[in-house]
Structures are given as C-alpha cells and as structure tokens.
Design a protein around this ligand. Sequence first.
Ligand code: SF4
Length: 473
Amino acid sequence: MQQHSRDFLQAASTAIGDPESAGTRKALGLLMPKLREQAIETFGGSDDFSALRAEVKAIRQHALGHLAHYLESFTSAARENGSAVHFARNGNELNDIVLDICARHEAHRIAKGKSMITEETGLNAALEAAGFAVRETDLGEYIIQEANETPSHIVGPALHKSQADIRELFLDRHDLGERDLADATEMVAEARQVLREEFLAADVGIIGSNALIAENGYSMLVTNEGNGDLCANLPPVLIVCTSVDRVLPRATDAMAMLRLLVRSTTGQAVSCYTSFYAGPRRPGDVDGPVETHFVLLDNHRSEILASDYAEMLQCIRCGACLNHCPVYMNAGGHAYGWVYPGPMGSVLTPLLTSLEDSAHLPDACTACGRCEEVCPASIPLPDLLRDLRRDKFEQRVTARRWRWGMQIHAWLALHPRLYQRVTNLAVAVMHRVGRRHGVIRRLPFAGGWLEARDLPTPAAKTFQAMHQESLGK
Ligand code: SF4
C-alpha cells in the first residue's frame, strides 16, 4: 500500500525492525553491491568518468538555462513531424489530456511502458477509474502491478522482490495448469506470453522518454526489454508522457547522456534497446502509430528552475544515488512514501510536493557523500539536502523545540567564552553520570538517537579545557 512521505520516520523504522521486511533488505543487500561493482567495472574501460560527467553536466546546464528556447524548437520540430504536443501544468492536467485522447479513440485497452512521470501523476488510477484497462509491460512494473504495489526503485521497480516472491505471485495470479515456474527463465516466459497478447490487443500505447531532442522533434527511450518499442509501434495511438526538463538540444547530446546513463544505472556498456521515436508513420512505412502525442509535464519544475535548487533538474534518473545510499538500502524505497526514493527523492519530493508533507526526507541522510560522488550529473545532493533543512528551519516546519535548541546553540557559538563554560559543565555532568558503566543510555532530546546506540562516557574535561590548562591559562 502506498504510504505518504510524511510517514517516513514511522515507515523507515518499521522497515528496519520488521522481520517481514528482512526479505526486502536481503534482496537489496544482494543486488546493490552487484550493480555498484558492475558500474565501477564498466567505468574502468576507456571512457573517463570525470570527462563524461563534465560533458553531461555542461549539456544539462545549457539545456536548462535555455529551456524555453529548446522547448519551442522541440515543439515546432515535433509538429512538423506530424506529432501533437501538449503541455500540462500539473498532474491532473496530464491525466486529463491522456484520458481525452484515449476517449476520442474509443480505446479500451492500454499498454504502458515504464514512466515515472505517470507514477507522479497517478495516471493508471485515473485511467482505470474512467474504465480503461491498463497493463504495465515493463517486467518490473508488470510484477508490481500484479502485486498491487508501487515501484521501490526508479530504475528497477520490483528490485525489492525476490525470485521466490515473484514465483508465488505468478502461481497465485496466473492460470498455469501443471507448470510450477521452477526458474527465472520460466517466469519471464510466462510474463512474455501474457504481455504479447496485451501488446497486440492495445488501442493506445503510453511510454516515457529519457530525452526529447530539440533539433529534430524526436524522443529517446532506453529499455532493456524492448517493451517500449512494442508499446510505441503496435497500437495505433502513441502517447509519450514526460516532463519539460527532459529536452536536449541535439541528438549528439542525447548520445553523450546515454553513455553515462546506462553505465551508472546497470553497469552495462550499452542498453539492449535505445529507440528514437520520430512521430506517426509516414506513407510507405510498414509499421508505427498512426497518431503520436507528446504530453509534457511541468508540475513545479519551472519554479525549481528559478530557485536555488535548479541543479536538481540535471538529474538523468539513473538511480545510482539510490544504489549507494545506506539509508535507502536499509529503509527500502517504499518508506519514502512517494514516487522518488533515495537521495534524489529526498530532494525532489519536497520540491514537487511540499516541504511540510515530506519534512523528514531532508534528514534521511548520513552525510556520507556517496550520492554526490557517483551522480553522473554532478548534482550536489548533500548540499541540496542541507539547504532544505535550512528552509525547514526558516519556514518553521522544524518542530519548535528543535528550532529553539538550534537558536540557543547558534547564540552560544557566537559567544565562545560562555560556550566553553556551558560545554565544560555539560561534559562534567555527563562524565559523572556515565563513568560507572562507561556509556550513557539516556540524554534529554537524544532519546531516538540513543535508542539504537550507546554514547561513550566523555572524558572529565573538554579538549579545549585541557588545552587551556596546558597553556597555563
Ligand atoms: S541524482 Fe544523480 S545519481 Fe541520483 S538518479 Fe539523478 S542523476 Fe542519477
């Protein structure tokens, strides 16, 4: 069941303490190191990670710095190719546009490729409420749709599920006769069989996009299963749902991004399928949709672009920051309560929803710095998280007692003599309290922190006090 980001603390505690979530942690614990190793190995090849990173950062910053211009170029090129381009200010508008297209074509069945934007807008629920049958066709998305769950990772939606979980799910949901789906190959074959029929029967295909190319009006999609191509080419109507910040000036820019995206995501040198969609089929084409629509979502991205958080829009949705984050690894993706988990989600969710409703996410960080180190788009995630904490304080989202505590600390830090006296006194008291057992197990305002760890008893005097004494002061 989808939780809300405001429940993060509770959900993360439950996920960490709950024996039922141990399977999820085990699945992540097995998979994440492999993904990390593969990425390191692939980057050990001829291409230089730093150089590629600098190139992609420059491309993304240039595209975002001239976003209106490139969106205009993309729109006119796509329209020349015969596609329709729609802009949606928010999730409801995107859903309404898609519903309207589906209704105009009297569609019944919809085949969907993986799209985080449609997760963001809740498109499936809107389509189903209007009576359309929607089938997710990415294998991971298909599994979680069958399980009535939400994605736990932006690249691998079902990464939290083990092979045994998936087998059990298919045995429960599918009419398998004598087959017992003994191995992964059989499970994939079963999913393929079901999905083939969905592709052939679909009236509308909906996919996402990794990049929109301003110079020619094409969109680029990267997949490992080829389901995106089947969604795009078999149904008569294709709808590409993406966000306004995906636009890049040239096809060569998309290629540069692709070199980093795939390696950072799965550690592959190249993805199995990289497709460019140019619009509806032209006279003489043997396949392809007869009608193509692009629906471009803003949903606060223009505001983010104009804010101090603009760098977050450089994100290429590779998922590397999740794979390296110790908080994500332990809490799991569902604890974050919305579409985007991990470090990138802890920044994006407050910006796309509200800081009040996701106030704990900027604190879900150990400040280890791994996310920034591995981010192919060079996004300073720890800095952005710290800035969000500052915003929380300034906007009084932080609880009053913490704000008072921080104000007192800041005031003391500006008065060093008093600060030293107070810390000398506090340390002396803590030393007396804890010297018998060598640890302190209770401390005002630190109950949560001490629940899971012991605080070693400090020395009788602070370093500063000892230093002053050694100087004879
Ligand atoms: S923030 Fe960086 S590492 Fe994380 S998903 Fe985006 S591009 Fe990848």
